[in-house]
Design a protein around this ligand. Structure first.
Ligand code: HDD
Length: 722
């Protein structure tokens, strides 16, 4: 690779670093580094070949270990320092590489290079995360999900560091440490892990009514996604697009999942925490590994600068969204995740996102939450990654050339030649030179500014309850029921009655029926509204917004869906194989689950490979269940508590359940094992066929039910004991 010298002011890359391996088509150098590690021979970090990695050096075979053992000391020293501080928030995450392609040139709105040419594939790295839990916490905690996207553009890295909810808890960054201290485990006993269901969180929230909107999202099933590939993403803040002529418009960014927005139910989330704490991370990894690449469309809501004040809320207020019924989302491109990281630590852990990583054509608004973030992100990397040179880590390197006079610091990688490290200079030919806007330089939008230096919240930020009300009214009955249940669970864990009371008082301002239902669940009466509430601005318009409900989401795809088939020896293998063909063709996977691992006898004559044994999995890890016939097989399952529980839980969670021939007996037995509730499992999504073989109608009905995600209403599903 050519390196720049003082004699060569026009050469490209001052840093001497290899290009980032983030490029989907790896550079030769990065590939070489990967190939070297691990190599054929075992060495120390200095390249010394090691002859014995089993025994330390000692004085006599039973004698003391010698301080001289430099090989032992290097190995243990490195191990002792393997951990770095986890992120102060968003510690638990999973990442993947991919590409972004714009559908058509956006030059009318922005000069951002990666949004001009539909034939351009911009490499990306994405990290999904939960906020409150530690690195080892469970994936399915009730929490906001981080949705960070890095675009490695030819004009530098652009990071869209968003969440899966379009609004945030607070309006001003100065409150962020308070919010996070409140939600994290309580400092005296470090309890609870990865949960907002405790006193300090709700104490804070009950005193900060601006959090009401995000709290409604947090109590909804959006906080327990089915998978990363089935959740939306949002830039949250209002940003600006700037075109080549320097004209600005406001923009909100959205990520719309191609598979639609689908969630778990709370009972599943709780059980998954034990059955598979890596549920989301595993799903992402397997989807990419098996070629079912997760996809999202990038959407934008555009508001002309002159329309800034046309709404009942302030565009600069991160606790507000722009209802899609007021400003539709235009879909402008597609993100595809198509490569798993090679190394979790080097990539997913060391990636350092920053909302201030911008490219020309995209700029900030004056949202005070966004402005405060701009300090926090690079600052946190100094303690997390240990050096201002974190941009030199392979995952953080831009594909654009880096050339400046910043030098030295811990762990500097680049070897920059020459004696010039200042500007202006003549000795380096004046390089590196500034570039004006017309030549691709970043120029901040020249927004006219006037005002006094004050610590004041704008009165236009004062309406805290209209949009939470809009969210509530826009939910289907079952979504509202889940929100009520979530409030009852979370506030039910609060030990101080006054906190519960303050929260209920706030909820009266969101919706009277919501407050009453939560009060009923808590065994309390509804308190009077909070003091001064009548003076807050409020609107009931729009009455509702369809995009806020998951009912209207995209449905119909089976990609990524997992179907469990419950079997034992002497199962009817033929219908199972026909179903496998249909499901696989539709992008779903089928897993054979039996009382034990290994192989079982099947009527086809071929042994059937078992994917999981019943004690090691639960229906919560699957989207649907199928029980083939075969008298002995069904009899064995009817006498297996795991199999009965599997079917009961699937019914309780609204999942499609199918059976052929005497497989239906397991469904009946599961229903009857529900004790005094008695009745049969029936209603939508319970599909049985009397014949031994699966016919077209059966397969079609089963696949259609899976594509709908789950049924929300079934007779008696709420009283299933499972
Ligand atoms: Fe933040 C990480 C998203 C407000 C301070 N934030 C972090 C991550 C996401 C967000 C997705 C994880 C990045 C990764 O995967 O590495 N944060 C948001 C959103 C916010 C927001 C959508 C509001 C709209 N954050 C926010 C504020 C502050 C921070 C107001 C501080 C003033 N956030 C941080 C941080 C983190 C972080 C402490 C921890 C690790 C990191 O930055 O790199 O600096």
């Amino acid at each position: 690779m050519s390196k720049r010298t003082n004699d060569d002011p026009a050469s490209e890359n001052l840093t001497g670093l290899a290009p980032s391996p983030a490029d989907a088509n790896r550079s030769e150098q990065a590939a070489a580094v990967l190939a070297e590690l691990p190599g054929e021979s075992l060495t120390t970090n200095q390249g010394l070949l090691i002859s014995d990695n089993q025994n330390s050096l000692r004085a006599g075979v039973r004698g003391p270990t010698l301080l001289e053992d430099h090989i032992l000391r290097e190995k243990i020293m490195h191990f002792d320092h393997e951990r770095i501080p986890e992120r102060v928030v968003h510690a638990r995450g999973a990442g993947a590489h991919g590409v972004f392609e714009v559908y058509e040139s956006m030059s009318g709105l922005t000069k951002a290079g990666f949004l001009q040419d539909p034939s351009l594939k911009t490499p990306v790295f994405v990290r999904f995360s939960t906020v409150a839990g530690s690195r080892g916490s469970m994936d399915t905690a009730r929490d906001v999900r981080g949705f960070s996207v890095r675009f490695y553009t030819e004009e530098g890295n652009f990071d869209l560091v968003g969440n899966n909810m379009p609004v945030f808890f607070i309006q001003d960054a100065i409150k962020f440490p308070d919010l996070i201290h409140a939600v994290k485990p309580e400092p005296h006993n470090e309890i609870p892990q990865a949960s907002s269901a405790h006193d300090t969180f709700w104490d804070f929230i009950s005193m900060v009514p601006e959090s009401s909107h995000t709290v409604m999202w947090l109590m909804s099933d959006r906080a327990i996604p089915r998978s990363f590939a089935m959740m939306e993403g949002f830039g949250v803040h209002t940003f600006r697009f700037i075109d080549a002529a320097g004209s600005a418009s406001f923009v909100k960014f959205h990520w719309k999942p191609v598979l639609g927005v689908h969630s778990l139910v709370w009972d599943e989330a709780v059980k998954l925490a034990g059955k598979d704490a890596d549920f989301h991370r595993r799903d992402l990894w397997e989807s990419i590994d098996e070629g079912r690449y997760p996809e999202w469309e990038l959407g934008v809501q555009i508001v002309a600068e002159e329309d800034e004040h046309m709404f009942d809320f302030d565009l600069l207020d991160a606790t507000k969204l722009i209802p899609e019924s007021l400003v539709p989302v235009q879909l402008i491109g597609k993100l595809t995740l198509n490569r798993n990281p090679d190394n979790y630590f080097a990539e997913t852990e060391q990636v350092a996102f920053h909302p201030g990583h911008l490219v020309p054509g995209i700029d900030f608004s004056n949202d005070p939450l966004l402005q405060g973030r701009l300090f926090s992100y690079s600052d946190t990397q100094l303690s997390r990654l240990g050096s201002p040179n974190f941009h030199e880590l392979p995952i953080n390197r831009p594909i654009a050339a880096v050339a400046n006079n910043q030098r030295d610091g811990h762990m500097r990688q680049a070897i920059v030649r020459g004696r010039v490290s200042y500007e202006p200079n003549t000795l380096g030919g004046g390089c590196p030179m500034q570039r004006p806007w017309e030549q691709g330089g970043f120029v901040s939008h020249a927004e006219p500014m006037q005002g006094e230096k004050v610590r004041v919240r704008s009165p236009s930020f004062a309406d805290h309850f209209s949009q939470p009300g809009l969210f509530w009214r826009s939910q289907a009955d079952w979504e509202q029921a889940h929100i009520v249940d979530a409030f009852c669970f979370e506030l039910g864990k609060v030990t101080v009655p006054a906190i519960r009371e303050r929260m209920l008082a706030n909820l009266t301002q969101v919706d009277a029926a919501l407050a009453q239902r939560v009060a009923d669940g808590l065994g309390m009466s509804v308190p009077p509204p909070p003091a001064g509430a009548e003076n807050l601005p409020h609107t009931d318009k729009p009455a509702m917004d369809a995009a806020l409900s998951m009912v209207t989401t995209r449905k119909g795809s089976l990609i990524g869906r997992k179907v469990a088939v419950l079997v034992a020896n002497d199962v009817d293998g033929t219908p199972l194989e026909s179903l496998r063909v249909a499901l696989t063709a539709a992008g779903a996977t089928l897993k054979v689950i039996a009382p034990q691992l290994g192989e079982i006898r099947s009527s086809t004559g071929n042994p059937l490979k078992v994917d999981h044994s019943l004690p090691t999995v639960g229906s919560v890890q699957f989207d649907a269940v199928y029980v083939p016939g075969g008298a002995k097989s069904v009899d064995a399952l009817c006498n297996n508590a795991h199999a009965l529980l599997f079917v009961k839980e699937a019914y309780k969670h609204g999942k499609p359940i199918a059976a052929t021939d005497d497989g239906a007996m397991l469904i009946d037995k599961a229903a009857h094992s529900n004790g005094n509730q008695g009745g049969a499992f029936q209603g939508p999504g319970v599909i049985t066929a009397s014949g031994k073989m699966v016919n077209g109608d059966f397969v079609e009905s089963f696949l259609a039910a899976i594509a709908k995600h789950r049924v929300t209403e079934r007779p008696d599903m709420a009283v299933i004991v499972a």
